[in-house]
Ligand binder design. Structure first.
Ligand SMILES: Cc1cc2nc3c(=O)[nH]c(=O)nc-3n(C[C@H](O)[C@H](O)[C@H](O)COP(=O)(O)O)c2cc1C
Ligand SMILES: Nc1ncnc2c1ncn2[C@@H]1O[C@H](COP(=O)(O)OP(=O)(O)O)[C@@H](O)[C@H]1O
Length: 304
């Protein structure tokens, strides 16, 4: 579509929220916004906040993010979002009152044509702005509002929620997380060098760090690995490797039927099934025997 540069940024229909995880509830919301954008013949945008407001208010809080910013932007792109407006969530933004936020930011600066939010969206100083207020304020500012009710799984009462997806990750229930997200939860990272012990166990493991992401339950998972556009099956341990006195926590992946030097490469690891909790073994032989068994279990689970 050929249009003046300004029109790419002004006049969009935007979905607004933290959108962490871009889960099935968010996807439904974006779907509604997409329909509105189509009807109005406007580009679809997303407005999100960085850092996540929860980090801004309580910087000491433990990591809880389901998606990094990069992953969120990639997933929004898959949903048809053409432009992402990233609002710096700083003191100034958090102190705006709801009317200022809608008039100045959504109206004057972004020049939105439409705005879609979930019914539980709160905004502005002390979260005093509700979806209902947004509806009224947006109309006044000449922006078409849409408040979308939360959606639930077929037959379920509970709506899709980031909190439930996080609890499932922390408790080692990756399939429950995947049901909420509509895809397996994954971690993307650059392969780092470790103690180079893995190869001596005959199980070389590519190591990646979680960064700001939420920590899954410590233990062993059947995983799928995306590397340079190819998908491989594998088995991974997330934890502190007590058997070898590991330092800090790492996600370590043994990729099946693969041999290659991938230090420095980007790896995406999808958690599919939880196999067992991490343990401290009496020596490397016992650990090696267990990894061998874990690999067989993972192969079976991934080909079912
Ligand atoms: C499938 C799998 C399961 C593992 N389970 C455990 C475990 O239960 N306890 C543990 O201390 N380390 C476990 N490890 C981690 C190993 O200790 C680690 O891969 C090995 O020390 C190699 O470390 P390196 O990558 O620093 O060379 C596991 C690794 C894999 C691949
Ligand atoms: N099948 C495989 N799965 C994972 N990594 C592999 C595999 N084959 C070779 N490698 C390479 O071996 C490295 C891991 O070997 P390892 O001895 O565990 O060393 P490190 O402690 O540095 O992770 C990986 O980063 C990768 O470059």
């Amino acid at each position: 579509m050929d249009c003046p540069l300004e029109d790419i940024f002004r006049g969009t229909v935007a979905v607004m929220g933290n959108l962490d995880g871009v889960h099935r509830g968010h996807q439904a919301l974006i779907g509604e916004a997409r329909k509105m954008a189509e009807i109005m013949s406007k580009p679809l945008a997303a407005i999100t906040f960085e850092p996540h407001p929860r980090y801004a208010f309580r910087p000491e809080t433990e990591n809880f993010l389901l998606t990094t910013l990069n992953k969120k932007i990639e997933l929004l792109g898959h949903q048809g979002v053409e432009t992402v407006f990233l609002l710096p969530f700083n003191r100034r933004l958090s102190m705006l009152d709801p009317a200022e936020f809608v008039e100045d930011i959504l109206g004057n600066i972004l020049g939105l044509s439409g705005i879609a939010v979930g019914a539980d969206f709160q905004f502005g100083r002390k979260r005093s702005g509700t979806a209902q207020m947004l509806d009224e304020l947006a109309r006044k500012a000449g922006i078409e509002p849409m408040i979308v009710k939360p959606v639930a799984d077929k037959g379920a009462v509970e709506k899709f929620s980031s909190t439930d997806a996080r609890d499932a990750i922390k408790e080692g229930r990756p399939q429950d997380t995947a049901r909420i997200l509509g895809r397996p939860w994954s971690v993307t990272g650059i392969v780092e060098k470790g103690k180079q012990l893995g190869r001596t166990l005959d199980f070389p493991t590519a190591n990646i760090r979680l960064g700001d992401l939420i920590e899954p339950a410590k233990g062993v998972y059947a995983v799928k690995v995306n590397l340079n556009g190819e998908t491989h099956n594998g088995v991974a341990n997330f934890g502190s490797r007590p058997t070898v006195d590991g330092e800090g926590v790492l996600l370590e992946v043994y990729i099946f039927d693969f041999n290659g030097n991938i230090y420095g490469e980007t790896l995406e690891v999808e958690l599919h099934h939880f196999i067992r909790p991490e343990q401290k073994f009496d020596g490397l032989d016992a650990l090696k025997a267990q990894i061998s068994e874990d690999s067989a279990t993972a192969r079976r689970l991934l080909t079912q």
